[in-house]
Design a binder for this molecule. Sequence first.
Ligand code: ZN
Length: 715
Amino acid sequence: MPIRLPSPLALACAAALLAPAAPFAQNASPSPAEPPSSPAAAVTAASAPAAGTTAGPLASLPYTPVLDPSAMDTSASPCEDFYRYTCGGWQKNNPIPSDQASWDVYAKMAQDNKRVLWGILDRLATETAGRTPDQQKIGDAFAACTDEGAIEARGAKPLAPQLALVEGMKSKKDLPAVLADLHASTADGGLFFGFGSGQDYADSSRVIGFANPGGLGLPNRDFYFKTDARSRELRDGYVAHVARMFVLLGDDEANAKREAGVVMAIETALARGTLTPVEQRDPQKQFHKATLRGLQAATPDFRWKDYLDRAGLAGSDAFNISEPRFYTAFEQQLRTRSLADLKTYLRWHVAHASAPFLSTAFVNENFAFFSKTLHGVPELAPRWRRCVALIDQQLGEALGQEFVKQTFGPDLKAKTQHMTTQIEEAMESEIKGLDWMGPQTKVKALEKLHGIVNKIGYPDKWRDYATLEIRRDDYLGNVERGNRFETARDLAKIGKPVDRGEWGMTPPTVNAYYNAQMNDINFPAGVLQPPLFDSKLDDAPNYGNTGGTIGHELTHGFDDEGRQFDATGNLRNWWTKKDAAEFDKRTTCLTDQYAKYVVVDDIHINSKLTLGEDLADFGGLVLALIAYHAEEAKSPHPDTVRDGFTPDQRFFIGMAQWACSNERPEDLRVHAATDPHSPNRYRVNGLVANFVEFEKAFNCKPGQPMAPLKRCRVW
Ligand SMILES: [Zn+2]
């Protein structure tokens, strides 16, 4: 899983992680979708059969309505606990499958999408006659990935070339070239640091080299320093896991233990130099332009010229050192560690990066710590699903074309495009009417809004995989060539004009994002399906749900992070001092509100980390509501009462039902530390509590939990 992030400010939204999580990704949650609700959630962690073992491939997507009365628990009061009212039935009927960290509407959709992809891949793996070049690649990649006999027989052998490269280092001077090669073959920022392309923060039309932090095995820097019992236990478990991996590589127990200690010491030193997740939300803290000379000065013991030459970037002279303090820590490790220690560290990360693609012993050991211990997942995902996820990750636009053909026709594209335009019009009227924003800032805000590019469904131009060789009999070779292809594709962008048509998510992905430097919103075909977008039902729940998501992404352009970028995607302040102060005052209301909510045990929401998402949820619902009422005012057949619910009630229920979920406590803890989204329960209850329209729709009494006397209002 590439950890290097070509666009650090692309915000993955409805789901938890910036990089869509694949079950092969060691550092990511095994679930592609959102986490948390409170410990009070009625149904948690009840074990259900592995979702993958009871299911087969699908020829088409199943249908669930955008408003599902059977998902509700009408014994609850909407004014006391709206989340339970809308999702209580869903929680009861949908225990977490044993191969998932959590389970929710998005995860279920992702599972359905994967089953459709499974059907496509199964066919292309067996019927080999008449395949297009792209179909050959995805079909044979699937055949190789599902050939368990061949994978088992090769054991750890596929690692030999990478390990030989590490062993062959004669001095620390060899490190840069070796590292460039390992970065390409693993596409993994776990090896000391991440290096990739990115848009210059000061000039978004330019692509430059980004030297990012990296080098950690645990989910983020905080995991190395927290002192509570669970965190200490996790660190012990991690070191024991690293030692067991060294044993699998053939080392004896005593050596393996010592080596694991070295790995932990190096990673802890690198973690100490890394910014906290909240600090990383500040683009000003992430932008430090440098020439090659400046980059070299940051790490005197690491010859960047050798790294860049090997990476095919000779002559590059424009870089962003996103976290200089990290590189100081890296330099210190280089200077003070022996060559043997550096080799030990590299051997671990090479094995770690490839573990999911090796024999059962490696796969199981990797699963035992990164899924079971860390996220509480009882069972490994079935192979078909891990293979679908891998191909989606490595050949996502070849596979995505097949998915689009089957699921996303021109009619659906037109409908979702229409809704997007409606939401943008709502934002225009909202900005114009804001009483706290001055005219000067408004002009710039509207300029930014008009500059936003809407990307719906799939890219206009598909990625070209012609130079990627996929063989039916070489699984790890395919993975490695796929990594090298992606690394080369990414690095080739440096020095060229930015490609504004590029997508950061594949078409089947159940997620969406706003990218501040591109100034675009992106909705893959996978997220524009029932039950999120349902052309069979009325407007109300559709505007609440998908309308809210579109509004959410738009609002990211104006959240605490996005608002620092202008219409062309440059990091440039366009706010007057007074308006910026007014904005901060209003967002403080939200951070205070969300900080009160409990995620699990005594862990509260880190509301400075979740502010951008909480703001986007808020703005999204404001815009969806305006757009819905505007649409109804024009409609010859306005919505009426259905299933006993008024149109406005259906709007709010439709909104809330995207978030129905069950979570494991282990997973909740990881997300509390890493996830910029609040738990789903509060993404519903915390949100509606700020809307007087909600109070009216459900006739709540002022002072009830969902109708507080004091509300926050930003947009
Ligand atoms: Zn978001």
